[in-house]
Design a protein around this ligand. Structure first.
Ligand code: AR6
Length: 244
């Protein structure tokens, strides 16, 4: 086993990453930035949550109720940096060197080694995605993606770029054998994409992707931070993931 590495003082991200890889899930907890992390089993699935939230049943959906898919999706409101999942997605900018919003939160929580690894990736184009370690996060990996910057209504190419953020992140999920991943509301903060329009894009992508790949993952978590986003997703989820 690799020699013990102190993630607070180490300056070698490769060594830290190799060290973390050799630890069990329990052993990794000792290195988390927080004690109040949230394990995947504490996050209810949409099948459970949606079934309890009665209004979800009343809508007419173009999709059929599919328990298997509904058990693979969750809506969670809170801080994405606390989630103990295989990967969290970062709404980054093309420099990948950190910033404000959720990007700033993720970099602060993961610690300085995340920036050291990001430095080696150089730029990331809008709609593309890159993966790094999670360091002091409860999440093992971070998938960094860059959403479109929008003013007013999104253009068709900006809609496609937002779709690509999710699709390219999900491709990394498949490529890396990731079983659980949490997404923030990419582009809907500083980058100005209207929240409800974004949620429709996101739910369409996640539904389509799960129909093809449900067996490859345990859970896709939609992590909202603001009450208004929670309301939007609670309203729209029954259209995309109706509960029988
Ligand atoms: N956990 C989950 N979601 C969060 C958190 C958190 N801790 N903090 C904020 N959000 P934004 P963007 C939500 O602005 O629009 C940065 O400077 C927030 O409520 O973080 O893609 C980058 O470096 C919103 O719903 O990302 C880029 O320059 C969502 O995260 C730029 O902002 C996204 O808001 C990217 O802008």
């Amino acid at each position: 086993m690799a020699a013990k590495v102190d993630l607070k003082t180490s300056i070698d991200w490769k060594e830290a990453k190799a060290f973390l890889k050799g630890l069990s899930d329990k052993q990794r907890e000792e290195h988390y930035f927080c004690l109040d992390f949230i394990s995947l089993k504490k996050i209810p699935t949409w099948e459970d949550a949606g079934a309890k939230g009665a209004p979800g049943k009343a809508v007419k959906s173009q999709h059929k109720a599919d328990r298997v898919l509904n058990e693979k999706i969750s809506l969670f409101r809170g801080d994405i940096t606390k989630l103990q999942v295989d990967a969290i997605v970062n709404a980054a900018n093309s420099s990948l060197m950190g910033g404000g919003g959720v990007d700033g939160c993720i970099h602060r929580a993961a610690g300085h080694l995340l920036k050291e690894e990001c430095r080696t990736l150089r730029r990331c184009e809008t709609g593309k995605a890159e993966i790094t370690g999670g360091y002091r996060l409860p999440a093992k990996s971070v998938i960094h993606t860059v959403g479109p910057m929008v003013q007013g209504d999104p253009s068709p190419s900006q809609v496609q770029e937002l779709r690509n953020c999710y699709l390219n992140s999900l491709q990394l999920v498949l490529d890396n054998g990731i079983r659980s991943v949490a997404f923030p509301c990419i582009s809907t903060g500083v980058f100005g994409y209207p929240s409800e329009a974004a949620a429709e894009v996101v739910l369409g992508v996640l539904r389509g992707w799960l129909e093809e790949h449900a067996d490859k993952v345990d859970r896709l978590v939609i992590c909202v931070f603001l009450e208004k986003d929670e309301k939007i997703y609670r309203k729209l989820l029954p259209y995309f993931f109706p509960v029988a």
